[in-house]
Design a protein around this ligand. Structure first.
Ligand code: 5GP
Length: 131
């Protein structure tokens, strides 16, 4: 029985998710920058003066899916794009920023296409609030 690796790991990609629709051009976005493998756009409900989402163009559900299965060129491009984004948005200085990657149910991930939130422009508070 042949089982695709991603499916065996529980990484079943849903091509109807909202970021897949953005990538197909079905929904508009405010693009910060784009490369052959990566798209950066402003979050529609910004939670800080700067709040952008960095997403791979490939069909990856989560950080661990992307890190396990994406070709190296896509992984390198993603992270170089993070660096360029921080520079473009003025986040590369001493003030810094917060990068968040919510994953799965415990991580409270709402959109099942891997995305890295980059937030800045104000102190972001503690990493995780006490429950
Ligand atoms: P998650 O909870 O999955 O880590 O975050 C999903 C993020 O996607 C949220 O911050 C939400 O505001 C953002 N988002 C959801 N739908 C859209 C959309 O249609 N356009 C944009 N630009 N952001 C969206």
């Amino acid at each position: 029985l042949l089982i695709e690796k991603g499916v065996a790991m529980g990484w079943t990609y849903d091509p109807t998710n909202i970021f897949a629709r953005i990538l197909r051009g079905e929904i508009p976005n405010r693009t910060v920058m784009e490369t052959p493998h990566t798209l950066v756009f402003h979050d529609i409900r910004a939670q800080a003066p700067v709040h952008v989402l960095v997403i791979p163009k490939g069909a990856y559900v989560s950080l661990d899916h992307f890190a396990a299965e994406a070709p190296e060129a896509e992984i390198v491009d993603f992270h170089r794009t993070v660096a360029k984004t921080c520079a473009i948005l003025g986040l590369s200085g001493a003030d810094g920023f917060r990068a968040i990657c919510n994953t799965g149910e415990h991580g409270h991930q709402e959109v099942p296409h891997y995305h890295l939130h980059i937030l800045g422009g104000r102190p972001m508070g503690r990493m995780v609030e006490p429950v």
